[in-house]
Write a protein that binds this ligand. Structure first.
Ligand code: NI
Length: 394
């Protein structure tokens, strides 16, 4: 009898080689054409039918059993980030300014590994594999759903590597796991003039400063201390001389929340503060509020299923309760359409996981042991959901 974990381990060499190849040739969001071609080649080798070009360079592949049954989706993201790699790995990025700094190369390899494990094991229902474009710009999931990737899907599962968790563990959480992401753009118009004669100008810089400070009171004075939220102004552009009052100021920021009902209130709060402070400073202000990603809320029965499978496969002591994070993840879009669960697998390259470089860091590296384990976990999660049964064996 071979367990699916052992079967996954046998694929380790091949999956790691595939991941390292993607790592050397990373592609930015919506530009993943080579990556998608490599995935397509592997699916062809496995004899799994698929369609390409779904939501950008996304691929949808179905592994069908003989008997009809539920459709369980598994998802991996494929895109890289505009970061110059400084990891020092022998297989570092060959493309200046582009890096797989979030481990989506590993996620892609994991899902291909799951495909290989599932190919001979699915007898009932269908496992649908979603290889997704453009997660990093919060656009790929939306595009895949719009092009029918979830049609007929009953449940969906996915994972992200966690470099601050020890390799060999998995972490789950009921309810909200990751935050919502909205973008704000604020244009403030004053009246430019001489820096020494402020009475003949309307200063958008002072107004912008007051708005930055005022926005902080949404979190500190308006929301419950038990409702996590963040309002960060990440860029301020105004003027280019020390003695000139500029005509305009432009701000951009990010808004994060941890509950859909809080996210729904943020636009009104920000609009009110921007408008009324601008009025107070005699400026005209315009707010563009762009909703990007909803809160990632796991579904209880799917979390229970994932926890049961993890504990059967690697032991209860290697399943942790995940900390919440306000980082966003567009897997949340799928969860607004069908039930499912997103979870973490440990990928720390160090014994002391807390000292690892985090996601999106130029020195980020990943422990490749998470790749075969992730493949086995995803495959088993899907299989048990299809067969409603026991831990599968060869
Ligand atoms: Ni990521």
């Amino acid at each position: 009898m071979t367990t699916i974990i052992e079967a996954g381990e046998r694929l380790a060499g091949q999956l790691v080689a595939f991941r390292r190849d993607l790592h050397q040739f990373p592609e930015l969001s919506f530009q993943e054409s080579e990556t998608a071609a490599k995935v397509a080649r592997e699916l062809e080798r496995l004899g799994v039918p698929f369609r390409t070009g779904v939501g950008g360079h996304g691929i949808v592949a179905d592994i069908k059993g003989e008997q009809p049954g539920p459709v369980i989706a598994l998802r991996a993201d494929m895109d890289a980030l505009p970061i110059e790699e400084e990891s020092g790995e022998a297989f570092s990025s060959t493309r200046p300014g582009v890096m797989h700094a979030c481990g989506h190369d590993a996620h892609t390899a994991i899902l291909l590994g799951a495909a290989e494990l599932l190919k001979e094991r699915v007898t009932t229902g269908t496992v649908r594999l979603l290889f997704q474009s453009a997660e990093e710009i919060n656009a790929g999931a939306k595009a895949m759903v719009a092009e029918g990737a979830l049609e007929g899907v009953d449940e969906i599962y996915g994972l992200h590597n966690g470099p601050n968790l020890p390799a060999g563990v998995a972490a789950t959480r009921y309810g909200s796991l990751m935050g919502s992401v909205d973008r704000i753009e604020i244009s403030i118009e004053g009246k430019g003039g001489h820096g020494a004669i402020p009475d003949q100008s309307i200063d958008p810089v002072v107004c912008a400063s007051a708005i930055v400070m005022g926005l902080q009171t949404i979190v500190s004075r308006e929301l419950s201390p038990f409702s996590p939220a963040v309002v960060t102004i990440g860029s301020i552009q105004a003027g280019n001389a020390n003695n000139v009052i500029p005509h305009r100021a432009e701000l951009t920021g990010t808004v994060r929340t941890f509950a859909p009902e809080v996210q729904a209130t943020m636009k009104e709060r920000i609009a009110r503060i921007v408008r009324q402070i601008a009025d107070g400073y005699r400026c005209k202000a315009e707010l563009r509020y762009i909703e990007q990603v909803p809160v990632l809320v796991n579904h209880d029965q799917c979390v229970a299923h994932v926890e049961r499978v993890i504990e059967q496969m690697i032991g209860a002591e290697r399943r942790l309760d995940s900390e919440p994070t306000l980082a966003g993840e567009d897997f949340s879009i799928y969860l607004n359409h069908v039930p499912g669960c997103f979870f973490w697998i440990g990928s720390s390259p160090l014994d002391n996981a807390e000292q690892s470089y985090g996601l999106h860091h130029p020195k980020y590296t990943l422990n490749e042991a998470c790749i075969p384990l992730g493949a086995s976990l995803l495959a088993e999660i899907a299989l048990q959901r299809l067969h409603w049964g026991e831990l599968s064996n060869d």
